[in-house]
Design a protein around this ligand. Sequence first.
Ligand SMILES: Nc1ncnc2c1ncn2[C@@H]1O[C@H](COP(=O)(O)OP(=O)(O)OP(=O)(O)O)[C@@H](O)[C@H]1O
Ligand SMILES: [Mg+2]
Length: 261
Amino acid sequence: MKTTAILNLKGGVGKTVTAINMAAILAGDHNRRVLVIDADSQCNTTEFLSPARDGTPNTLADLLLMPELAGSPGGYEDYISASNVDGVDLLPASDELMDLDLSTLKSGVTSAGVLRSLLEACVEDDVYDNVLIDCPPAFNAASAAALVAADEVLIPVKLDAFSLQGMANLLKQVANMREINPRLRVAGLLPTMWYMDPLIIQAEGTLREKSGLHVYGPIRRSDKVNAMTFAQEPLRIYSPRSAAGIDYRAFVLEWMGGAKK
Ligand SMILES: Nc1ncnc2c1ncn2[C@@H]1O[C@H](COP(=O)(O)OP(=O)(O)OP(=O)(O)O)[C@@H](O)[C@H]1O
Ligand SMILES: [Mg+2]
């Protein structure tokens, strides 16, 4: 099982769109058993993958706020349910994730290792091939829990100056997390919303030459991505021949080439 945290401290760079489409492609095209964890209090992934949830009590916030709930063997089953994408399960977010930092501050208790314990139980029972964690655009208790649990970080980037300026800070945070989770590595950067423009091409070239990281893709900008969020179907179903639909497929193949189970 490989656990990938999809992270960028910058908002609106395509983390959620990447998590959803990667999950659908891994499950639908490559027969992988996939778990998506929504670590963002905005709940975009949860709403997309499981819009009709009827107040299921257990979310990532419950797990992180009340870690004793996860204590029992097989306890992960209480947090995970099937999503509306075949082959993809979901551990949902809730807006209670917003309380998490406050409660961690008050109690001084950090529950960052709980998610990792839950995933270790999944490894023991061999239930998933890939776990994708959609992180919030912030370094908070939920993203810390994600980085403690993950094998690797995948960083979607929008090729504008603001996004690129935040990169050094992001890489520093990831490097700091290695003290707690030494196996954590950066899988690479995934430029999103790419279009033919001299500045975009220059920015991509700079990343490839100077970041010292693998640069995947890119994923082209496509109107079908916005439409997909309304249709609540991943591009693989909604618009597989759109530019972004094609690029996400190619990206997953490239990523799988370097990513062992
Ligand atoms: N390839 C693309 N082409 C066109 N629009 C895109 C593409 N990828 C993402 N978008 C759009 O960009 C916006 C932000 O995407 P997304 O929600 O995935 O970003 P995010 O990094 O998860 O944001 P946040 O930090 O708020 O969680 C959305 O409106 C989405 O539809
Ligand atoms: Mg998001």
